[in-house]
Design a protein around this ligand. Sequence first.
Ligand code: IMP
Ligand code: MG
Length: 190
Amino acid sequence: MIKKHELVEKILFDNKTINNKIIELAANVSEYYKDKSEPIILIGILRGCLPFLTQLMLNLSIDCVIDFMYVESYLGQTQAMSKPNIKIDVFNNVKNRDLLIVEDIIDSGNSLLKITNHLQELGARSIKIITLLDKKCKRVTNIKTDWFGFEVPDHFLVGYGLDYQEMLRNLPYVGIADINKIKLLENNKK
Ligand code: IMP
Ligand code: MG
């Protein structure tokens, strides 16, 4: 059996680099929201946000509530759908609340456009966006991040929450997927 690490062509950010970056981001976010009277709501976009959201909230010095949304934006391959669907909506009442959307990576921005429009309709007081990775070169919407960890090139990335067909999310680092090796493996299974 091929091991998960063998499906990565190149490591872009190791675990220590990512965690240090998240500490820095958490300090900036905490500073920004420090005078709010009510806790902010972190809205993690499932499922890729999990490691990032976890590290981020543990390093925040402000109070927060966590919530989640699930948006179907991929058809299982490496191409995004242009019209993502909301599959899981927030549990909290977000009316008049300050929201911070937590993403693993922003590509076209289509998912976030859908999400921000939806949260606005629900009456959020403010909506900010934080993402670990920003693939700015792929943007087709005017979605902008308020905080981001790293700008990344147009490669298919895996690890630290990012998946290839639901696999490789549990790599402790972010790397470029070896698509040829993965495809070979899939063909051998057929
Ligand atoms: P967007 O709607 O095109 O911005 O895509 C956003 C979603 O696509 C992200 O939340 C990820 O789940 C997924 N995605 C985009 N690029 C990658 C990648 O390189 N690897 C894994 N998932 C990705
Ligand atoms: Mg995602």
